[in-house]
Design a protein around this ligand. Structure first.
Ligand SMILES: Cc1cc2nc3c(=O)[nH]c(=O)nc-3n(C[C@H](O)[C@H](O)[C@H](O)COP(=O)(O)OP(=O)(O)OC[C@H]3O[C@@H](n4cnc5c(N)ncnc54)[C@H](O)[C@@H]3O)c2cc1C
Length: 176
């Protein structure tokens, strides 16, 4: 059997789809929560809310996950949050876990520190994992929730405050 080909999260593109507000503008929708930005924070927020039964629209201005060099170190506290939303093990399996840090001056180790001196922790102090894997795994997790509606190529350009709601202006390939 052929192994499943690895996903190149940096090459993935996500399709823009017109939303209800565009196809039926008369029915301007009221959403309990709109999360702006499908980066690590927005994705986790959307998943966490959906797990509590709250409907979320998650908008992002482009059609990709993060590319190139961004976050590479994820701390234990972040891993706790990934565990809570159900993808901690996958992150730990893919990443490189570590507890001890070392500082070198040229070839010489001049300082060493242990970030997890007590035993019994379920997770390491840190894992090294490229941010695009983190976002890719979070996105796959988000897609499992029917309460999360993802909207790509949707840039929030204005937020107007009203007494009982916020009105968002969202720029899309088909206008705002
Ligand atoms: C070169 C580099 C190296 C880094 N290294 C580390 C590291 O080693 N460790 C570490 O912890 N962190 C590191 N960081 C920081 C880390 O990348 C950020 O902390 C992290 O991406 C923040 O996540 P976020 O979800 O808040 O925001 P972002 O990842 O910036 O995501 C925000 C999302 O919102 C979208 N967006 C923005 N404005 C709008 C709008 N108006 N409407 C709709 N969508 C919008 C953006 O397109 C983006 O997809 C690094 C960052 C850089 C640039």
């Amino acid at each position: 059997m052929n192994p499943t080909p690895a996903i190149d999260y940096q090459q993935q593109r996500f399709m823009y789809q017109p939303c209800l507000e565009q196809t039926r503008p008369a029915d301007a929708a009221l959403h309990p929560v709109v999360v702006i930005g499908a980066g690590p924070v927005g994705l986790v927020t959307a998943i966490d809310l959906a797990r509590q039964g709250i409907r979320v629209v998650l908008v992002d201005d482009d059609d990709t996950l993060s590319t190139g060099s961004r976050a590479i170190c994820f701390a234990k506290r972040t891993l706790d949050i990934f565990d809570r939303i159900g993808c901690g093990q996958r992150m730990v399996d893919k990443g490189v876990g570590w507890n001890r840090g070392k500082v070198f001056l040229r070839e010489e180790a001049i300082y060493e520190f242990d970030l997890l001196p007590e035993c019994g922790h379920a997770r390491p102090a840190f894992i090294n994992l490229q941010q695009y894997y983190v976002e890719g795994y979070l996105l796959e997790q988000a897609r499992q929730h029917s309460l999360i509606e993802l909207r790509w190529k949707s840039r929030v350009s204005a937020i107007a405050h009203h007494a009982d709601h916020e009105a968002l202006t969202v720029e899309t390939p088909e206008g705002s």
